[in-house]
Ligand binder design. Structure first.
Ligand SMILES: [Zn+2]
Length: 618
């Protein structure tokens, strides 16, 4: 089996080389294809140390145009940690290719365990870079800041007031898939890593299902260290505009409204001011409403819990998603990230109490109904806000045969509609508890990784319960699958499940999981069929979509005839169905199945979602 694979690989390599030969110059210099770069200079440039500084970082050696590989990054950090008593480095897990995922612990007191750190009483910031390894600005900013907080003593004040956990590269295997050709829309560094991990999984879609080692390691850090604030550092794709550092939480109207308000009212103004003072151009997270340019306004988005910011919102962990603008040169982006990190620590020192109060409010909140997802509000109610844009025009592309955007590079201040993706898709009343049968313990294991408290019942439990039956789109095969695999899963659109109320006895060994806990909303978002990041929609319950017992026509035909003879009402319904549904009338299989479904021989567990809800007491 090996030989054909090798042959195929050789063939593919040859093909790529042939294509590259004619256009090698073009591919190695795409600058002329990108929108014009904006000249920039700012006070934050003074953060770069002199060429002869003994603690110059690998990226600074290139004037922030290149980023070091994994080995060089870790070697530099080891040297720093051995010189700085305030630092320690720990491996928080291993990647699929066997690399350690390193975290630097920074504490003025040398409090290198979570218990010791909590005893300091100081606020804790957790930040990581490289969940998408090609978007690596945060790593090089973090190295500079760790130096300045310790051996260089420029920002020692920050560690006197706060504690800091820093994961320079989360997706370490993706980071080592280095190339100059990984992100065509991004201005530097010279070589960068790849978006996904060694199995092509996107870590920033993995926060609920937890397939990847990287995100599992991160969730362990959340649970063990309980940071006050968490930063996930990225770089954008998409439209051009003047902003260089865009950031935000998950809006005011999600699952943690008090935290959402804190981020908008306390965090954003302070960080905006620090960035502006250092010559940067801060902005909110931005997505072009028409996916091309800003003519139709921009979207402000409420992420589902598969994403870091949606997950943080669902578990009441204050979370900021940072998206540096991909068209700004690497140096400007790294310096902006440094300023943002430093100001975040500064702000945490002063606003520790207000943040902890907001977090406690959201942790204690038990809303009577929970939005399962969000969609775009009507454009008509969008508010119009000032926007620092770049002039764009459209032209007819001869290759695509469609209109294409060209960014002119000319700065323009305009007003644009800000359209929120904040309209709940479905609201559900959380049950008092969910019950998961023992046979689905793999789901239970994943739920437990999040830190959700549960109990495995030792005695049978008789209770009123609600169960969902999924609609069958067709008799032979439900047509609810997504056509292509996504993140290694076949996703399911469950349509509108039908809720049935029953009185039942759950056997001993079943898992009883109360929603009355701080992670209750996350639990609802993972178990309600209509939640986009439910285990059902991620394809973890595929088995229930297959019918496994059969009835032969030689039994069903005489059975159906006798049922008709015995039941006038059934006969009327059958005749109505024949008259109103041509496909049904024309299908011998469907006609017999219609009767089979109305017998006790039919599989009553077919399309039955195995997770039950125990309703709230009335
Ligand atoms: Zn990203």
């Amino acid at each position: 089996m090996r030989a054909p694979v090798i042959l195929l690989l050789m063939f593919a390599t040859t093909a790529v080389q042939t294509i590259a030969a004619g256009n090698a110059d073009l591919f190695s210099n795409t600058e002329s294809l990108l929108p014009p770069v904006q000249n920039w200079t700012g006070p934050s440039e003074s953060l770069i140390v002199a060429a002869d500084d003994p603690w110059i970082t690998p990226a600074e050696r290139s004037q922030l145009s290149a980023t070091p590989d994994y080995d060089e990054t870790i070697a530099w950090l080891r040297k720093l940690v051995s010189a700085a008593p305030e630092l320690e480095m720990v491996s928080i897990g291993q990647s699929l290719q066997g690399r350690d995922i390193w975290m630097v612990i920074a504490s003025a007191e040398g409090a290198f365990s979570s218990e010791a750190m909590q005893a300091t009483g100081k606020p804790l910031l957790l930040a990581h870079s490289g969940i998408h390894a090609g978007e690596i600005d945060g790593k090089d900013a973090g190295l500079m800041l760790l130096r300045d907080m310790t051996v260089a003593a420029r920002r020692k004040d920050l560690l006197e007031k706060t504690n800091f956990l820093f994961i320079p590269i989360l997706n370490v295997d993706g980071h080592e898939r280095r190339s100059a050709y990984n992100r065509i829309n991004q201005r530097g560094p010279v070589e960068m890593g790849w978006r996904t991990n060694a199995r092509n999984q996107n870590l920033n879609r993995d926060f609920t299902k937890l397939d990847t080692r990287g995100v599992r390691a991160l969730i362990r850090i959340f649970r063990q260290w309980q940071p006050d604030l968490y930063l996930d550092l990225h770089v954008t794709d998409g439209a051009d505009y003047q902003y260089d550092v865009t950031f935000g939480g998950n809006g005011r109207g999600g699952w943690s409204p008090a935290i959402g308000n804190w981020i908008e009212d306390v965090y954003r103004p302070a960080v905006n001011m620090a960035l502006s003072e250092n010559g940067h151009e801060p902005g909110p997270l931005l997505f072009a409403a028409n996916d091309m340019d800003m003519q139709d306004g921009f979207l402000s988005w409420l992420g589902n819990p598969r994403y870091s910011n949606g997950y943080g919102d669902a578990i009441h962990l204050p979370t900021i998603l940072v998206e540096n603008h991909s068209l700004k040169p690497y140096k400007r982006r790294v310096l902006g990230t440094y300023v943002l990190l430093a100001e975040t620590l500064e702000l945490l020192a002063g606003e520790q109490d207000s943040l902890r109060e907001a977090t406690a409010t959201d942790q204690q909140r038990r809303p009577p109904s929970i939005p399962l997802g969000f969609e775009r509000e009507q454009t008509a109610i969008a508010k119009v806000v000032p926007f620092k844009g770049i002039v764009s025009e459209r032209y007819q592309g001869q290759v695509s045969g469609a209109e294409v955007v060209r960014w002119t590079g000319e700065a323009v201040t305009e007003t644009l509609p800000q359209i929120f993706i904040s309209q709940p898709t479905v609201m559900v009343e959380p049950p008092a508890a969910y019950v998961i049968p023992q046979a689905w313990s793999d789901i239970v294991d994943r739920i437990a990784l999040h830190g959700i408290v549960m109990e495995q019942i030792e005695q049978p439990l008789t209770s009123r319960a609600e169960i969902y039956r999924l609609p069958a789109a067709g008799i032979a095969e439900p047509s609810v699958w997504t056509p292509n695999p996504f993140e290694g899963h076949i996703r399911i659109d469950p349509g509108e499940p039908v809720k049935e109320e029953i009185e039942t006895t759950f056997p001993a060994g079943s898992y009883l999981i109360s929603t009355d806990q701080p992670l209750g909303e996350l639990l609802v978002l993972m178990l309600e069929p209509q939640a986009p990041d439910s285990f059902l929609q991620w394809g973890f319950f595929l088995e229930i979509f297959t019918r496994t017992e059969y009835a032969e026509a030689y039994v069903l035909e005489p059975l159906a005839q006798k049922m008709l003879d015995n039941d006038v009402e059934l006969k009327t319904r059958f005749e109505q169905k024949l008259a109103s549904d041509d496909a049904f009338a024309g299908s011998p299989y469907q006609r017999l199945m219609w009767f089979y479904e109305q017998t006790p021989f039919y599989d009553e567990q077919y399309l039955l979602y195995p997770v039950a809800r125990i309703p709230q007491p009335k």
